[in-house]
Design a protein around this ligand. Sequence first.
Ligand SMILES: Cc1ncc(COP(=O)(O)O)c(C=O)c1O
Length: 513
Amino acid sequence: MHKLAQLDRRYVWHPFTQMRDWLRREPILIVAGQGAVLRDTHGREYLDANASVWTNLHGHNHPKINAAIRGQLKKIAHSSALGLANEPASLLAQKLVEAANQLNAERGTRNAEFPAGVPLAPPHSAFRTPHLNKVFFSDNGSTAMEVALKLAYEFARRTGRGQKPKFLSLAGAYHGDTVGAVSLGHIDLFHKAYAGLLFKSDKVMSPYCYRCPFNRAKPERADARDYRRCNWECVGKVETKFAAQKKRGNPYAAMVVEPLIQGAAGMIPQPAGWLRRVAEIVRGNGAQLIADEVMTGFGRTGIPSTINDQPSTSLFACHQEGIQPDFLCLAKGLSGGYVPMAATLTTQEVFDAFLGEYEEFKTFFHGHSYTANQLGTAAALASLQILQGPASVRARQLLEHTLREELKTVWSSPNVGDIRQVGLMVGVELVRDWRTREAFGLRERAGTRVCEAMARRGVLTRPVGNVVVLMPPYCTTPVQVRRIVEALRDALREVFGKFPRARNRASGPRTLA
Ligand SMILES: Cc1ncc(COP(=O)(O)O)c(C=O)c1O
């Protein structure tokens, strides 16, 4: 065993990892990365098929981000945001505000009317498009959520919406691992043990078409959203929740959603129109909308050619449904996957609720030592610049298309129940038999076994339960995508047995680069 691996096994405690399993074998220990390829201590190469847990955007060792960090390092690595401003943080805040308000800019108006032609869930209400012009920096996705939660809580109290503001989030939600973020989460396996530490938040069914009890469609070899038969009961449930909470005299302060797709819940995509309808209900009830775009932000949900029939290059998932949240929470891809870095964007209205004379103590008493760190903000500025360039747009379009085409070959496995692609993200749900949708028990570790078999074929990703996640960096080439999907097919055969070969397009060169 490599001596670094020995040190790891002796001293390091890994996140979300049963360490007894970990200690049974030599870990893959990464020493270098280039583009979509990671290299380990033994010189073996792997494709980074989940972008290092959904963080990396443009590939590893990107010359422009490297240069931005090196350039910043020559000046200063870090000074505190408590009492001091700094150069890249000021510049980044401006760029984030511009990007976050692209929807408003494209509409050419604030407080635009709800787009015509979309059937709305009653009650109808003015469809606000809040202007997000304040940026609170922090360190990771959990802290971005924690900041939104505390701001929304206190905003609701200070504006008279109730002394004990309540929050609504989706079944299966995951918003991070700090105590506030865990309180918004609804994954028993992760969260139940800490119930005594948490505040209570409500949950409502998520629009999980593949396993929706209201979907009357028989299984087909297609994304369940495309052949579902329902009456939007999931939206009705949101309405009922809001109505019931209002009746109790304590209307919800905010609803928290991952727009377009829930990640750690199991890569659960929302059918088109769900977010619009839900936002309408949230706003109709005077509540705020908190968009957790920790995973979905920065182009992961694909390139919308139009939003509300207007051409668009928005980087955020909620804009694809024409929705502007009151809080936009960003992390993971913010620094291109280089440095821990997060931001919570919100409105002037929320900001103003914290203004006052010093002795009124209306200050937002929250912050972290590394808030607005210069290396992180410099990396983020470079990453945004790359994202907004035409080469990145082309690469993302190609990646989305190639993934879609290649994944068609995976349907021939009887153990694939659903393949859900949203832009550059994919969840492949494994089942005992696609005709019955029968799920594997968690103890069978179906997702883990498939991912381990993929790793033996030089492709790294992690499952979410029985769902294999593919989310490669944007620089991943068509040949590399073919290698990823080929590894998935071969892993399915190794774990579950042979299945008919569909059109096999994995005929490119064997090299990973
Ligand atoms: C949607 C979402 N929100 C929040 C988080 C928490 O982010 P972090 O792990 O950076 O704390 C995650 C992490 O996976 C996430 O997927």
